[in-house]
Design a binder for this molecule. Structure first.
Ligand SMILES: N[C@@H](CCC(=O)N[C@@H](CS)C(=O)NCC(=O)O)C(=O)O
Length: 241
């Protein structure tokens, strides 16, 4: 049986790959172990992890294929690899148009929502030097996210998962990635429960799923745990001489 190892950080974007692996394991298709990194402690910049991923990011998947060990980074690449290796896990619909719709969701979430908007909120010190400029960067990220949440809400179904109908319940990696952002939105004060009833209902369905409950328990996270301190010490701009 295939065996994987996922390098993850609690509640990070790696949560989606973690849920995908748990779905695969529960379907009896492979098993996996995990290595936990704590981002606020700077584990991702330590030499032992940089040897695994020199970019210093989670997730990373370690796998064995045709007798060779491999390492794969980038959340979407990992999800794609797992889908190809385990089509029976039905991590996305097979029909070309629906599959493309799934990638439309995944790429928007990974690029616009995560890398473009949330990064401004998480790490304004990477974009600007003075505290006032950093506050503007953070406000820009928040304004973008507020627009994105309205867009997201307008595209979600009233019932079921994003691909909610079909012969099984339609749970997919789109729902797995969406729960990452729902948790972040709650923790960063966007109060989805006030404005986005479809997103709240979808997230509740996702959270009730046994694989998701198991992964939340394993990562020791919930929807309202404390925000990590800003790891400013990792990203200080060098003093000029
Ligand atoms: N492009 C990467 C981004 C991964 C990423 O930003 N991971 C974050 C956690 S959500 C991380 O490891 N951050 C550590 C850091 O930036 O120091 C992917 O999609 O996998």
């Amino acid at each position: 049986m295939p065996h994987y190892r996922l390098y993850y950080a609690p509640g990070a974007c790696s949560l989606a790959s973690h849920i995908a692996l748990e779905e695969i394991q529960r379907a009896g298709l492979a098993d996996y172990a995990t290595t936990r990194l704590l981002l606020p402690a700077g584990d991702q910049k330590k030499p032992e992890f940089l040897a695994v991923n020199p970019r210093g990011h989670v997730p990373v998947l370690s796998y064995r294929l045709d007798g060779k060990e491999g390492l794969l980074s980038e959340n979407l690449a990992i999800l794609r690899f797992l889908m190809r290796q385990h089509p029976q896990a039905r991590l996305l619909p097979e029909a070309p148009e629906l599959e493309a719709r799934g990638w439309e969701w995944l790429s928007w979430l990974a690029t616009d929502v995560h890398s473009y908007a949330f990064m401004q909120v998480f790490y304004p010190m990477r974009y600007a030097e003075s505290l006032a400029a950093q506050a503007e960067v953070e406000a820009s990220g928040r304004a973008l996210l507020t627009r994105y949440w309205a867009d997201l809400e307008s595209r979600l179904p009233e019932q079921g998962f994003v691909f909610g109908s079909g012969q099984d319940d339609g749970f997919s990696v789109v729902d797995a990635l969406l729960i990452v952002f729902y948790r972040w939105a709650k923790r960063y004060g966007f109060a989805p429960q006030r404005n986005y009833p479809r997103w709240v209902a979808l997230s509740e369905r996702t959270l009730a799923r046994p694989s998701v409950q198991a992964v939340f328990a394993d990562e020791r996270i919930n929807l309202s745990d404390r925000l990590p301190p800003r790891p400013a010490h990792l990203y200080q701009i060098p003093e000029s001489d």
